[in-house]
Design a protein around this ligand. Structure first.
Ligand SMILES: [Zn+2]
Length: 285
């Protein structure tokens, strides 16, 4: 009996690839080829420049903890809610079981889910903050991510401090179905409560910020800023074109287009982000 169940377990495990197919990692080796201009840059130089191309200014993805290193006062970050771990409420399976996908992503990224949060300081101003980690399942928002975002806002409410959220996400996590979509309402309600303390909520949209996140707290900032050329929107351009049967204008849904049309407040290059955030916080906090 015991042998039978053990063997069965092993068989089912054997059908799941032990390691997920490694995503093509840019910058592997010592050179990095820029997606913007094709320039080949020494990887150490690329990283020293916070993954911004020194030749054309293209902003490549920046891992979440590196972003905190760049923006926060040294040694000020204290991570909170790090132990929140996603469950699989729908026992969801597509090409792979959701719980296996979570496990393998945890192994490759070292993250429990697609959001890292806590408290820190920028320019001496204490803030409650969080950032999406796009490297974790495309920065998708499931119930853990939504809960962590709501806690970032609630913590800002309790401590009467500003709140800053960096979004980089494909939107709601399909594997959690309606539980993901509920996070849009939950985070928006938390923001509504936060309004009472009259402290600023700054939303920073990174490339890309789409789907349910763009349609909820990411666009509800008192100040909404974006990195250059970030893709920001609800549905992608191809879906919109097919729905309205019209060709979209060039640059549609990029930060520059959105700024021109009054949808965001500013575009701030990554290397100027810390100073600009410090300035906004000192004016509004
Ligand atoms: Zn470049």
């Amino acid at each position: 009996m015991a042998w039978f169940s053990k063997e069965k377990k092993l068989t089912s495990k054997a059908t799941t690839p032990a390691t997920p197919p490694a995503p093509a990692k840019k910058g592997e080796g010592i050179w990095n080829k820029c997606d913007g201009c094709g320039e080949v840059v020494y990887k150490a130089e690329w990283e020293r420049n916070w993954n911004v191309c020194p030749a054309c200014g293209h902003h490549d993805m920046l891992p979440v903890r590196r972003r905190f290193d760049l923006l926060l006062d040294p040694g000020s970050f204290e991570e909170l809610d790090a132990d929140l771990t996603p469950q699989d409420p729908l026992a969801f399976t597509d090409a792979k079981r959701y719980r296996d996908r979570l496990r393998s992503t945890y192994r490759t990224t070292g993250l429990r889910d697609a959001f890292v949060s806590g408290v820190g300081a920028i320019g001496g101003q204490a803030i409650s903050l969080g950032s999406f980690a796009f490297e974790f399942m495309g920065g998708s928002m499931g119930s853990v991510v939504g809960e962590k975002v709501a806690r970032v806002i609630d913590r800002a409410y309790e401590r009467r401090i500003p709140c800053v959220v960096f979004s980089s996400t494909g939107g709601a996590r399909m594997q959690e179905g309606i539980f993901s979509l509920m996070q849009m309402a939950k985070t928006s309600a938390a923001l509504h409560r936060f309004r009472a303390v009259r402290k600023p909520y700054v939303s920073v949209m990174l490339h890309p910020t789409t789907g349910g996140v763009a349609a909820s707290f990411a666009w509800l900032g008192d100040v909404v800023i974006a990195e250059p050329k970030a893709l920001i929107g609800f549905a992608g351009p191809r879906v919109i074109e097919q729905t309205i049967r019209e060709k979209l204008p060039p640059g549609f849904q990029r930060s520059e287009f959105l700024l021109e049309h009054g949808m965001i407040d500013a575009i701030v290059p990554r290397l100027e982000m810390r100073d600009r955030l410090a300035q906004i916080l000192s004016l509004l906090a």
